[in-house]
Structure formats: C-alpha cells, structure tokens
Design a protein around this ligand. Sequence first.
Ligand code: SF4
Length: 118
Amino acid sequence: MCCRETVMPITATEASRLSRRTGLSEEQFCSKDDSGIRRLLNNQDTKACVFLATSSDLPTAPGICTVYDARPLGCRTYPVILDEQDMAILDDLCPNTSEFDEPTEDDALRLLNFESKL
Ligand code: SF4
C-alpha cells in the first residue's frame, strides 16, 4: 500500500525538498535499499510512513499526510504503478482502486521518467 508499510521510492531532489520542508535530516525519513534507491521509512509503532499522522497500526485506521503539498511523485500517482512490461496499472494491493480511472500511456511515461531519476 501507499502510506502503510510503505516502500515508496523517492528521488534525491524529493528527499532534499522534504528535508527543507520538515527540518529533518534525510536519515530520519528515508534510507537506501540494496539497489541504492531511497525509500521512505515507516514509524516503528504505527508501521506507517513517518509522515503519516496516525495513532494506530491498523491498515484501515485514519491518517493524514503531514507533507501533502510536498509529497513525492510516487505518492501523487499511486495507486498507478508500472508492471513488469512497464505498462501503467492500478496496484491491486490498494483497496480504493475503484475510485481511480484506468491508467494511460502518459501515466506510464511519467512513471518511467520518474524511475530514471531514482
Ligand atoms: S509521504 Fe505522505 S502520501 Fe507519501 S507515503 Fe508518506 S504519508 Fe503517504
């Protein structure tokens, strides 16, 4: 999912912007995976993105993104993701996909451009 147990990738530019916005060091909200890609961290108690204001670790519990205006592109486009053929699809892990239009080729191009910056 997006904000719960997140593995959301972010670019170096997005990390810098979030750092400026929040006053946090990058190490406080993201880490690099084995491929060197920055990914948002989860709060150990809520198991949600460190930027999600929530009091519960239940996946359906309410929460508000505290960096909404500065949220990374991956958060803005979710639940649209790329499949293994680089086609844009709706992530079937998201419980709200019925609220979204079918992804387009433009969505795929935008995500591919984003991936190239990771
Ligand atoms: S930055 Fe905001 S929208 Fe993105 S995963 Fe975190 S809480 Fe969710």
